[in-house]
Ligand binder design. Structure first.
Ligand SMILES: C[S@@+](CC[C@H](N)C(=O)[O-])C[C@H]1O[C@@H](n2cnc3c(N)ncnc32)[C@H](O)[C@@H]1O
Length: 259
């Protein structure tokens, strides 16, 4: 499924013109690295989002997949319909991972996925399927998690934190968490670095959801954190893509909170 996305995105990268206004060379790979290291990140360029999907997509899908396997997530997929809401979903790496996991570890629970993100520049990389839909909205304004069994906050908190927009997001999130039924799982996935809001998120959400487990792939960990050992890519990468993909998962944490 994602292999076709990689090929389509690669074509887009070759064909789209650069959005830069100055005459310096167009290089979306270094633009993404600059977004991470020296300036606020932005998600409004289709060419850059196609590059992100090829460069980081396989690794980010693999991270979610390895978390699902490590936690034996099938035990959670017991309701007839699992309604997943992903906040700051981007191209929906979590959807691709969950579908792959569901195919490998057959469960009867039907998936219903809603991705929320204010950027619409991801469309070429997003899945087109009956069991998923996307809503464009700003997560610093109130949002609803009504009906969700699984809420995923996937690498959006670091963006909000770096741009000093995390406080209103946390206020909205906490008020929605209070309304969710017992048994809901909230999954936080983000960069394993204190400068990227990891501990701010945990301090806030664990105060209302004290039943949690913290997983990590690499880097910083504390005595009760659980290592996820698998770090390989779970997808075949086509040859001759215009941008190379990362070859393994990164330094990422997955914090799981159960209501
Ligand atoms: C680093 S990307 C993560 C995308 C995807 N979840 C992933 O794991 O690759 C951050 C995402 O957060 C979205 N985002 C940032 N600020 C937002 C806001 N205030 N409201 C909604 N989405 C936002 C961006 O548009 C972008 O898609």
């Amino acid at each position: 499924m994602f292999t076709d996305v990689l090929i389509n995105c690669s074509h887009q990268i070759d064909e789209l013109t650069c959005c830069k206004k100055d005459s310096s060379p167009c290089n979306c790979v270094s633009a993404l690295m600059d977004d991470y290291s020296i300036r606020p990140d932005s998600y409004d360029c289709i060419k850059k989002m196609s590059t992100y999907s090829v460069r980081y997509g396989p690794a980010y899908i693999s991270e979610v997949y390895h978390y699902l396997v490590a936690t034996n997530f099938t035990n959670f997929l017991t309701t007839p319909i699992t309604k997943i809401i992903s906040l700051g979903c981007g191209f929906a790496p979590d959807y691709y991972a969950i579908k792959k996991y569901r195919d490998m570890f057959t469960t009867s629970s039907i998936i219903s996925y809603t991705g929320i993100d204010r950027s619409t520049s991801w469309e070429i990389a997003r899945p087109v399927a009956n069991d998923c839909n996307f809503i464009s909205l700003d997560l610093t304004a109130p949002f609803s998690l009504s009906g969700a069994n699984v809420v995923i906050i996937n690498k959006v908190f670091s963006t909000l934190y770096r741009n000093s927009m995390h406080t209103s997001f946390l206020t909205n999130l906490e008020s929605e968490i209070r309304r969710l039924p017992q048994g809901t799982v909230i999954i936080f996935i983000d960069i394993n670095h204190y400068n990227m809001g990891r501990d701010v998120f945990h301090t806030s959400v664990s105060s209302i959801l004290p039943n949690f487990t913290r997983y990590y792939f690499d880097g910083h960990h504390e005595s009760n954190w659980v290592k996820i050992h698998n770090n390989n890519l779970i997808l075949d990468i086509p040859e001759d893509l215009s941008v190379s993909s990362l070859e393994s998962t990164g330094s990422t944490v997955v914090f799981e909170y159960r209501k």
